[in-house]
Design a protein around this ligand. Structure first.
Ligand SMILES: [Ca+2]
Length: 274
């Protein structure tokens, strides 16, 4: 176990460590947060673009496996340092946890930003979503699962707007959280179903109040980041927006999709606090 102190998310010094588990103490937000970074296997330290860590963040490294953690300040425990003078890299916080209060993610249809939510439910008809591809699948952290919704159409229909006006809302179990970035990730098939334009709204309310359009404040409306298809089960680029307020609830709506199909689908909506 190596202990590393990260005092700044952006200005970092890279050092090379051997394999193992790393316990991070992060002070970047002013609140001390302990995170345990699990490397994939001994000798396989961060050789992909991200390394999964326990809790709710990913640590991203834009260097190869010879450069490991992004650190500055004092290492508080021993770590094996080898190789040459380390390069500089960037510490990129991962998406926040989308765990919802009561594990309930509410599907909606025929809904636009600022308007009341129309509830969607499971099925293959209008205002329904596939039972096994429910709204919570867009918030579970896996690009292997997806949320598929028919909107104003049904499974046997087809058109340019089928599935638009759908989305979901939830109350974060982590409580009020500042969100100022978003990524949308594609599903496993049929790129014509990809959301191209979307909105994100925040609310300080919870429960039944969230069905009311007046409960929501528009934070972002525009590109989902998927105009250029990143491929299947891939996330688009980060969409940044100005927001300085912490909201406990968020609503995501799709306003346009890539092409003619019977629905809209995506594997993940990732929210960032940067
Ligand atoms: Ca998913």
């Amino acid at each position: 176990m190596h202990k590393i102190t990260v005092v700044n998310q952006n200005v970092v010094k890279t050092q090379k460590f051997d394999s193992g588990d790393f316990e991070f103490t992060e002070h970047a937000t002013g609140k001390q947060q302990n995170m345990l970074l699990k490397t994939k296997a001994k000798g396989d330290m961060c050789n992909t673009t991200d390394c999964h860590c326990l809790r709710d963040r990913y640590l991203h490294f834009n260097t190869d496996k010879t450069a490991a953690a992004t650190t500055t300040g004092t290492r508080t425990a021993t770590a094996t340092i080898t190789g040459t003078e380390p390069a500089t890299t960037t510490f990129m916080p991962g998406p926040i946890s989308m765990a919802a209060v009561d594990r309930h993610v509410y599907g909606v249809c025929n809904t636009s930003a600022g308007a009341d939510s129309v509830a969607a439910n499971a099925g293959e008809w209008r205002c329904q979503y596939m039972a096994r591809e429910s709204p919570d699948k867009a918030c579970d952290g896996y690009v292997s699962t997806k949320y598929l919704s028919f909107g104003s159409c049904h499974s046997g229909g087809e058109g340019p707007t089928c599935g638009t006006g759908t989305g979901f809302y939830l109350e974060l179990s982590r409580g009020p959280t500042l969100v100022n970035g978003m990524k949308v990730c594609t599903a496993d098939d049929f790129e014509q179903r990809d959301p191209i334009h979307a909105s994100l709204e925040g609310s300080s309310l919870s429960g039944r109040d969230l069905s009311l359009g007046s409960s929501w404040t528009l934070l972002y409306g525009g590109s989902s980041g998927l105009e250029t298809d990143p491929g299947r089960k891939k996330c688009g680029p980060l969409q940044l927006f100005n927001n300085t307020k912490e909201y406990r609830s968020y609503r995501f709506l799709v306003s346009a999709k890539r092409n003619i199909s019977n629905c809209v689908q995506y594997s993940e909506v990732q929210l960032y606090s940067l």
